[in-house]
Design a protein around this ligand. Structure first.
Ligand SMILES: NC(=O)c1ccc[n+]([C@@H]2O[C@H](COP(=O)([O-])OP(=O)(O)OC[C@H]3O[C@@H](n4cnc5c(N)ncnc54)[C@H](OP(=O)(O)O)[C@@H]3O)[C@@H](O)[C@H]2O)c1
Length: 266
């Protein structure tokens, strides 16, 4: 039985805790410290163990989930007095490097850094993980298992790839939200009422994502399958090409990756 501790019990922590409990982890094996009254109320309703300090969580846990905002994390780690050596630390804090955490937790401490995304809040997240050299294969399985409670999880082999992950799946939900927003406006412009436009767009996005996930074909092949020469889809896609949608998306993802590098200060 693995005991899991959470430092910070806000949105992402509550999503992961909810997923763990749904997947069979006993609330008695989950410990958390969060000073915010609002978070405490929600955490208490999940039936987990609320601790009055971060040190108390670390002492109680085999795995410590770091779920505070990135600007808070380095000081929080520096203030821990509990023995951190034989524990696995898993950080979800965007842009906080393994190096920064190792400096505070000790060079031999097992640390996994990961980047989840907001659909984790509804159980369909995508998380990429990176492990420091001190992380054992068994600890990798534990970290992957925890993040899999809120969606899919995969490993990257190089920490710098987390910047590209941030630009694709981290920020990615907003790109799709933007496209949905624009399609809803375009549908209204073509004479549909807002409720109808919204339902058409959201169900189409969900259907396309499900179809692409379930199919052996690439998204490009699926697109070709539904694009008849001289038809309606081709007319729309020709407008995308004329506006260089490919260049726009390439530059947008590059800009996000570059910003991620700047924010993490490496
Ligand atoms: N939400 C997502 O989908 C998502 C996706 C990817 C990555 N992340 C990462 O997840 C982390 C948390 O994000 P979030 O959205 O869950 O933020 P959040 O809802 O603000 O949760 C953070 C919680 O930590 C508490 N906290 C502050 N200082 C603390 C301390 N010293 N000890 C213990 N708890 C403390 C905060 O309390 P106060 O409100 O009182 O400060 C807050 O309740 C961030 O680093 C973010 O980069 C989140």
């Amino acid at each position: 039985m693995t005991t899991i501790g959470f430092l910070g019990g806000g949105n992402i922590a509550q999503a992961i805790i909810g997923g763990l409990i749904d997947n069979g982890t006993s609330p008695a094996d989950i410990h958390c410290h969060d000073p915010a009254a609002g978070s405490q109320q929600k955490l208490a309703s999940l039936g987990i163990q609320l601790c009055d300090s971060n040190d108390a969580v670390v002492q109680a846990a085999d795995v410590v989930m770091l779920c505070v905002k990135p600007n808070v994390l380095p000081d929080l780690l520096g203030e821990l007095t509990a023995d951190c050596k034989h524990r696995l630390f898993v950080s979800v804090a965007a842009g906080v490097l393994i190096r920064t955490m190792s400096e505070r937790l000790g060079p031999d401490t097992a640390i996994v850094r990961c980047m989840p995304n907001t659909p984790a809040l509804v159980g369909t997240g995508m998380t990429a993980l990176f492990a420091s050299p001190a992380v054992s294969p068994a600890q990798r399985d534990i970290a992957e298992g925890i993040l899999s409670a809120v969606g899919k999880a995969l490993w990257v082999q190089d920490e710098a790839q987390l910047d590209a992950v941030t630009a694709v799946s981290g920020s990615g939900p907003a790109y799709f939200f933007r496209l949905m927003e624009l399609m809803i406006s375009a549908a209204i412009n073509e004479g549909l009422d807002e409720a109808t436009a919204r339902e058409l767009v959201l169900q189409t996005a969900l259907g396309a994502a499900r179809m692409a996930s379930a199919s052996q074909l690439s998204p490009g092949e699926l697109r070709e399958q539904v694009t008849s020469p001289g038809g309606t889809t081709q007319a729309a896609l020709a407008e995308f090409d004329a506006a260089d949608l490919e260049g726009i998306v390439t530059r947008a993802v590059q800009a996000a990756r570059q910003r991620s590098v700047e924010l993490s200060g490496h």
